[in-house]
Write a protein that binds this ligand. Structure first.
Ligand SMILES: Cc1cc2nc3c(=O)[nH]c(=O)nc-3n(C[C@H](O)[C@H](O)[C@H](O)COP(=O)(O)OP(=O)(O)OC[C@H]3O[C@@H](n4cnc5c(N)ncnc54)[C@H](O)[C@@H]3O)c2cc1C
Ligand code: SF4
Ligand code: SF4
Length: 1020
């Protein structure tokens, strides 16, 4: 049995709590098991079901919620991005999510260089606003795109450049916070404080004075110590003073308090000038020990960062197509043996020349240390940026390991003085081998805080090994006079080590501080004070009792159904992992809650979250809900209906199957495929709607409609006569606000010339310069000009074209009685959850294409969603090796042409463009890295000056944008960046390969977007 999640004991409180919250606040209140389950985890190994989840809209809502919880005796847990690694953001409490509504700058003072923000403000967003003023908030955590200022302060977070700027505690100037009784207190300069803040300050001062000798003995003298409360504010022990003028700031008591002392309402932060220049020197080491030993000497040159990337990480990055090129820019010689470690040494400042001098000094230093010629100087800012991205992605690259053994975070931020770093890392490596595991080292060499995660299987013997390794690591930390908790906080993982670190007297004093602030112990109980054992399995997300329900998925998930070797990281054969859900559960469990999908930058993931900012509309929220369902942790009686349940429907509702998570989620959570599984199970339960049938069977009936005289014209009336559109909306749920694609009598297929000249067997075609061109339903029936344009371009370039059609195929014999003679990729069936029908349809195409692929003939498509079905879903539908071979030859028109140009086989000789070009990539095109070839090709048109629109999903996403219940979200997705970018360039061509993208652009901007085939043909 999995850990029971029903809250019988708290039921009374939960019901009363929810009722009062709903009555007395304007916030969103959630008590169902799926919603609570989505807030039961952070990026740690722990899980605890909240009593309820509250998403407040106003500060009054929070104050009222704290008050109500206090009256009902319900614990309160404030939450930001939920990216903590130690379990501090999990708890059986009223979890209050600040990240949706509390994202504002309250005050910005440029003269005094400070800013006051709400706690839910994300670091990257803050720095985005500050950039124009030449300022930034320099606590640059790796999770800058997700971490909220409240959460960063809660954890006393530290960035890569802490050696230059310090941790959160060094950069917070003041905090306004609610105390557990709902009262607000202002924590700032102690000398100027008053009221309850002063009283609390006086109390802590009393403790600190009495315990001064203890504090001096037990507080580690390193920069990176984040354990417990900062009782040392009155007698600072950190390498870097907490304040520049030596004053005492009471807000520093709250920094690192993990939501246990007070609830932050606003935070005043010290800003730093944004350095004008940065240079990077990358030192290559043949020995890991030498790299660690060199750090102490390198820091004397005054770098702003010294970050480690070890051999394993370099190898992993080199094996990942997204990172290979970048990581190789850091190597002295990428054809030689890979270094055992590299150190990224950054210098920054106001002028460039002195920084180049610093680089020279680094080279000299390395020569003196016996490593001449070991530095790659990198003055180029864009190369540096890319390399930092790889370094930041380090942990996530590691976490993509399939199987139950995962790299576990529990001793990964011990901080030791630099003189001992080499000995410490060597000794800890020996400890890992003793317990049959291995660690990958990376991160903050500058401050002696190296991240390392041994691979442990928490469902089996992980807890015992974790305990044993932790005990040995702690002895090493003590030996080298370091800090056991140096970056990620205490939470459930490190709480028990607080007394180990500070001794009984200070531990007692910390408890007294807690009582003074929160007498009833309602703020985030069990963290810092009275913590559980780190290996208490009842707190684990995957305790040994974790069980998955048996299930036969519609797709083949066997690639995830594996186990791994913790030392070699090799995985067992597909299908051998023992997953009762045949690999689907293991694929879902790949989500480690790191929160990377909560992002808003240039990429795509996750469009629905970008619009709603709801956890349930986030890849993480979806994965968590699926995990709980597949392990029977939701309140459902019938195990068999879990996957197709309403709880899963709720989270999948706004997933537009954009496939962005497949590429951008660091662990490769592929929600678009999981949505197919859900749809298949759900539709089996509830049946298909008329709309499903209309969408799914479009490829079957499109030919019939177009061939019946006057019928297309009749159907097109719907776009001009509002009541018909309204009636259709009422009957089928297709939004009346949308125009529908225009039916035509003359289609690609109705023109016999379209088929006859383009029929070749694989044998015939292989003897010529041949290609297969797929005529998909959308381009063939609604926009045949795109196919004609593609034919024109390919013919002009001298290719013989085969267009698959059943009239020439054996498959036609089995399809005699159906109305359609065209092949189809099955996409529309997948969108409607008809997986069997999709298999049947796609199977015919696979049969047809296999001989062509077998002869290495390129298979070209125009519609990204259709073409990439061949590279994606076709591989998990049981078609075997044939599908793999086809996927290796399937490509978009622009991919094919760009490659031919690069190989010197093609010179398109295009005419100059009359206006510039804007390009919008289809989500699936982005997911398969096929945007670059389009841009390369467009650059071949003189004067086109193609610009890529930095956009997420267009919001149309197949049929999604047509659906009445989704029309508003669809428009919001489009308005997020795509449509405004197009409006800003009224005189450009707009190029978009996706049928639905073009439709959205036309509906939203009244501008015609064209397929790349058309623009190329127009410039021949
Ligand atoms: C891949 C990865 C990389 C990471 N890299 C770094 C790194 O480089 N440096 C680093 O320091 N950390 C790192 N972390 C840990 C984590 O991302 C940071 O600590 C981050 O600052 C947490 O922010 P959050 O908004 O997610 O906080 P949450 O996890 O939501 O909350 C953190 C703590 O703050 C408390 N809290 C939140 N809001 C409030 C409030 N309003 N009032 C009082 N308390 C509050 C919470 O109760 C909790 O105890 C990393 C994590 C991951 C998964
Ligand atoms: S879905 Fe991927 S990106 Fe999102 S939290 Fe899970 S692992 Fe991270
Ligand atoms: S497929 Fe797209 S919408 Fe769905 S979870 Fe992934 S990123 Fe989000």
């Amino acid at each position: 049995m999995n850990k029971p999640l029903d809250l019988k004991e708290l039921m009374v409180d939960q019901a009363a709590l929810a009722k009062r919250l709903r009555q007395e606040t304007s916030g969103e209140v959630m008590t169902d098991s799926a919603s609570r389950g989505r807030y039961a985890t952070d990026a740690s190994i722990y899980q605890a079901m909240p009593v309820a989840v509250f998403v407040p809209k106003t500060a009054e809502d929070i104050a009222t919620a704290i008050q109500i919880a206090a009256e009902l005796g319900v614990p309160v847990l404030p939450r930001g991005g939920g990216t903590s690694q130690c379990g501090q953001t999990t708890g059986a409490a009223l979890v209050i999510d600040n990240s949706k509504y509390f994202r504002n700058i309250l005050d910005l003072n440029l003269d005094k260089a400070y800013v006051e923000v709400e706690p839910g403000m994300v670091l990257d967003h803050l720095n985005g606003s500050l950039k124009q003023h030449g300022l930034w908030y320099p606590v640059d955590v790796s999770t800058a795109g997700q971490a909220t200022i409240g959460g960063m302060a809660g954890n006393n977070s530290c960035g890569s450049r802490s050696i230059a700027y310090g941790n959160m505690v060094h950069n917070v100037l003041g905090i306004n916070a609610w105390l557990a009784n709902g009262q607000i207190a202002e924590f700032g300069n102690y000398a100027n404080s008053s009221g309850v803040a002063k009283q609390l300050g006086d109390f802590v001062k009393g403790l600190a004075t009495t315990l001064q000798p203890e504090i001096e003995t037990h507080f580690p003298k390193v920069l990176r110590r984040v354990a417990g409360y900062n009782l040392d504010i009155f007698h600072p022990q950190s390498e870097l003073p907490y304040t520049q003028d030596g004053s005492v700031n009471l807000s520093h008591l709250l920094v690192g308090s993990e939501g246990t002392l007070a609830y932050f309402k606003s935070l005043k932060l010290k800003l730093a000038p944004l350095p004008k220049y940065k240079v990077l020197g990358i030192v290559n080491f043949a020995s890991f020990y030498k790299a660690m030993d060199s750090a102490q000497h390198i820091v004397k040159l005054g770098p702003t960062a010294v970050e480690l990337v070890d051999r394993t990480m370099i190898d992993l990055a080199r094996s990942n197509p997204s990172f290979k090129k970048t990581i190789e820019t850091a190597l002295i010689d990428h054809t030689a043996q890979t270094p055992e470690a590299i150190l990224l040494v950054e210098f920054s400042g106001e002028a460039h020349a002195p920084l180049l001098e610093k680089l020279k000094a680094l080279e000299e230093l390395m020569g003196d240390l016996g490593l001449p010629g070991s530095v790659v100087p990198m003055p180029d800012a864009s190369l540096q940026k890319n390399l930092w991205e790889v370094r930041k992605a380090g942990l996530n690259i590691m976490m993509s390991l399939k199987g139950d053994g995962k790299p576990v975070s529990f001793i990964e931020d011990c901080a030791v003085p630099l003189e001992s770093l080499a000995d410490y890392t060597q000794a800890l490596t020996d400890v890992f081998s003793k317990y049959g595991s291995r660690g990958t080292w990376y991160a903050h060499a500058s401050v002696g805080t190296l991240h390392v995660r041994p691979i442990l299987d928490m469902r089996r013997d992980g807890a015992q090994k974790m305990r044993a390794v932790a005990e040995e690591a702690s002895a090493l930390v003590r030996k080298y006079k370091g800090a056991y908790s140096g970056e990620h906080g205490d939470g459930l993982c490190r709480g028990e080590w607080i007394s180990w670190q500070f001794g009984p007297k200070i531990t007692e004093a910390l408890a007294e501080i807690k009582t003074a602030f929160d007498p009833k112990g309602l703020f985030n109980p069990g963290k810092i004070i009275n913590p559980p054992k780190m290996d208490d399995a009842s707190n684990f997300r995957f305790p040994p009792s974790y069980k998955v329900i048996p299930l036969q998925p519609a797709l083949d998930w066997s690639a995830w159904n594996v186990q791994n070797n913790p030392v070699t990281e090799e995985t067992s054969a597909p299908g051998t992992g023992g997953d009762p859900a045949m690999g689907l559960a293991k694929a879902v469990e790949m989500c480690n809650n790191n929160g990377h999908c909560r992002k808003f930058d240039a990429e795509v993931m996750c469009p629905s979250y970008r619009v709603t900012r709801d956890e349930k509309h986030l890849t993480r929220g979806r994965a968590n809900t699926l995990r709980l369902a597949l392990s029977n942790q939701l309140d459902m009686k019938d195990e068999s209906s879990q996957l197709g349940s309403d709880a899963i429907k709720e989270v999948m509702e706004l997933c537009v199957s954009c496939k962005a998570c497949r590429r951008e989620c660091p662990t490769g959570v592929d929600m678009a495929k999981m949505k197919i599984e859900f749809l298949s199970a759900y539709k089996k339960r509830v049946g298909h709607s008329l709309r499903d049938v209309a969408v799914a069977y479009l490829p079957k009936y499109a030919g019939t409609i177009s061939s019946i005289p006057l019928l297309p014209a009749l159907l097109n009336l719907r776009n001009h006569i509002a009541p018909i559109a309204k009636l259709q909306e009422w009957i089928m749920g297709i939004s009346a606000q949308r125009s529908l694609p225009i039916w035509k009598s003359k289609t690609f297929w109705s023109n016999p010339k379209a088929i006859t000249p383009y029929q070749y067997s694989a044998d015939e075609l292989s003897k010529q310069k041949g290609v297969v061109l797929l005529a998909d339903t959308f381009n063939a029936y609604f926009e045949d000009e795109n196919l004609m344009a593609a034919i024109k371009v390919l013919t002009a370039a001298g290719y013989q074209i085969h267009i698959p059609h059943k009239s020439q195929s054996k498959a036609a014999n089995t399809e005699q009685n159906t109305c359609s003679k065209e092949f189809c990729c099955g996409r529309t069936y997948l969108a409607a959850g008809m997986v069997d029908k999709a298999k049947e349809t796609l199977g015919e195409l696979v049969n047809h294409l296999a001989p062509y692929a077998g002869k290495n003939i390129p298979i070209i498509g125009l519609e990204p969603s259709c073409l990439f079905t061949l590279k994606d879903e076709a591989l998990v539908m049981g078609f075997g090796e044939r599908a793999v071979t086809i996927s290796q030859h399937a490509q978009l028109l622009e991919e094919f042409l760009a490659n031919e140009v690069k190989a010197g086989k093609l010179n398109l000789n295009l005419k100059a463009a009359s206006k510039p070009v804007l390009f919008h990539g289809h989500c699936h095109q982005k997911s398969f890295a096929a945007v670059t070839p389009a841009m390369e090709l467009l650059k071949l048109i003189p004067n086109a000056e193609p610009k890529l629109i930095e956009s997420s999903c267009c919001g149309m996403a197949g049929s999604f944008g047509y659906e009445a219940e989704h029309i508003e979200v669809s428009k919001q997705m489009a308005e997020a960046s795509l449509l405004p970018s197009i409006r800003k360039s009224p005189d450009s061509w707009v190029v978009a390969d996706g049928t639905s993208c073009r439709h959205q652009i036309a509906d939203g901007t009244q501008r015609e977007a064209v397929h790349i085939a058309k623009i190329l043909a127009a410039h021949l």
